[in-house]
Design a protein around this ligand. Structure first.
Ligand SMILES: Nc1ncnc2c1ncn2[C@@H]1O[C@H](COP(=O)(O)OP(=O)(O)OP(=O)(O)O)[C@@H](O)[C@H]1O
Length: 262
């Protein structure tokens, strides 16, 4: 179901978003309204424009054209107000490596303007639910990939944002940490907050998300509740392959030299 422009329940409103890198058009006119209180998947093949879109939506990359509103705040006209209500776990997350996990949270909390005792209390709880309590005094440089994602998530949640943006949050994360992250995110959306995350892993999106947007070639190909985007297809994966026009190997592309039959 397409949510019409102008409804009031949108967590994120994107209008006419464009980004070009030289000759390469990365995002080619994205219009999208993301409803509040949903677990939302932004899916698309490699190079579809997911990271570029999320970077523009979260105020990290200036669009060539278009506008973005988050919880009613224009990201580029009023960046401070917009950034106050979002949390971001970007791709290739850069952290302060020479701080411990707890110090990183303390620093993030003060940057967000939270009082010290409140930061301490929230940090203790987040470290605990994310299974990082035992590693809280270790330097971030010594954290594993999964631990980095989890401390990045804790930092993104510390100020209790209205909308959380996550670029590939489960990439490189083992199943135990993935389950922990998942539990925290489900709890967060159950309280009415919105999560928007990008992924290529369709099974994950189908099991986690209630709403999905499919991006390919810099454009939105479909969006709405997962069941509607899936339609008659047996799985979201099948619907996705259909939407993005995936193709098999054709005549002349048989790779007949590949494999054991010599
Ligand atoms: N800084 C840049 N300079 C030049 N081209 C870029 C830049 N960033 C992205 N692109 C190009 O824009 C297009 C969209 O890239 P983007 O990283 O947004 O896609 P994506 O959907 O996140 O892909 P993936 O799933 O592989 O991470 C690609 O063709 C990419 O090569």
């Amino acid at each position: 179901m397409a949510v019409g422009l102008g409804t009031t329940s949108a967590a994120v409103r994107i209008e006419g978003l464009w980004k070009r890198f030289g000759e390469q058009v990365a995002v080619a006119g994205v219009d999208l309204e993301i409803p509040a209180g949903r677990f939302v998947g932004l899916v698309g093949p490699n190079g579809a424009g997911k990271t570029t879109t999320l970077s523009m939506v979260t105020g990290l990359l200036r669009p060539d054209a278009g506008r973005v509103e988050i919880a009613g705040h224009d990201v580029w006209a009023d960046p401070a107000a917009a950034k106050a209500v979002i949390g971001v776990l970007p791709e290739g997350l850069r952290l302060f490596e020479r701080l411990s996990g707890r110090e990183l949270l303390a620093y993030t909390g003060r940057l967000r303007g939270l009082p010290g005792p409140e930061v301490d209390q929230r940090a203790t709880q987040l470290l605990d639910v994310l299974d990082l309590a035992g590693a809280q005094h270790k330097l971030v440089v010594d954290y594993s990939t999964g631990m980095r994602k989890k401390i990045g998530l804790a930092a993104a949640l510390l100020h209790n944002p209205e909308v959380l943006f996550l670029d590939e949050p489960f990439e490189g994360v083992d199943p135990v940490s993935a389950q922990t992250i998942r539990r925290v995110l489900e709890r967060y959306t159950a309280s009415g907050a919105t999560v928007v995350f990008s992924s290529h892993v369709m099974e994950l999106v189908e099991s986690l998300c209630s709403w999905v947007a499919v991006l390919a070639g810099g454009r939105i190909r479909a969006h709405g509740p997962v069941a509607e985007v899936r339609g008659e297809a047996p799985s979201l994966q099948d619907a996705f392959l259909e939407l993005v026009g995936a193709r098999g190997l054709s005549e002349g592309q048989t790779l007949d030299w590949l494999g054991g039959a010599r």
